[in-house]
Design a protein around this ligand. Sequence first.
Ligand code: FPP
Ligand code: ZN
Length: 320
Amino acid sequence: MDLHKKYLASLKDKKNSFEHAVTEYLRMSGVYWGLCSMYLISSEDLLNKDEVVQWVLSCQHPSGGFGGSVDHDAHLLYTLSAVQILLIFDKIELVDKEKIANYVAGLQQDDGSFYGDEWGEVDTRFSYCALSCLSLLGLLDKIDVNKAVDFIVSCMNFDGGFGCIPGAESHGGQIFCCVAALAIADSLHHVRADDLCWWLCERQTAGGGLNGRPEKLPDVCYSWWNLSALVILGRIDWIDREKLRQFILNAQDETEGGIADRPGDVADVFHTFFGISGLSLLGYTEEDEEGIPGLRRIDPVYALPVQVLERMNVRVWRAV
Ligand code: FPP
Ligand code: ZN
């Protein structure tokens, strides 16, 4: 825990590094991954709240959408991350919710899909971003939810999984997006849960880690993408939880902190977040025998701490 705190705190001091420069376009999501990781290990005070909130606000465009950094184009991916950061910090009242919601709604197409931004890429990731963002803002009625559901269902494959557009192969990341978006839209009855969860549990490899597609290497981030879908559908016990826990723990950097995509690789904030989130979904939320506090709980649908959603009175996911 202490090493992960040190690692997360050190990220903001690496502003002159090569990695910092080449990830500028996704900084808003990077801050969300870092802040949410900190929250799950009860150390969100590692970030300067006022400074971060001011920076988030400075990334907003007149359209209502947010860019990944100051002066970057607005995009749904970063609009969701900005809303998530403001909610974690309990500062959502600083923005005009209607304006953000109008930006999101303006990206919906006639077939129910969403463009990621004004340039017209369609992907079920953007359907999730739109539904999650509007639901968190309490403004889902700004879009045609039925059409959004129809588009997601049109991306379902013979194996029960989902791809990024109709006909595209099933992928763990898209499955999270589609299952979570259907959960938000109260439309999980469209999911062929047995087929999908069978495909998902077949993603567990001999070393315990999960991969995102058949024949791929295991990767810690699928401890979020795949596992959250299994949790939403109430089938987490279809995988070997202890082996997955060990795989995530083996991917920790034991000298500098942080978690990598797989054991032996270099840690990064993305896999640190999804590793910690995976452990939280696996239920490592209780204090251990040595008195070390457990992780805070994360919601599998909104990818936000349960405490944040409870504070907002948003329905927290409880698998049946
Ligand atoms: C894998 O990508 C992940 C996805 C395709 C899903 C991404 C989803 C979002 C960005 C929506 C917002 C998410 C949250 C948690 C709020 P990859 O390119 O790493 O896949 P690969 O393993 O095939 O390379
Ligand atoms: Zn990964």
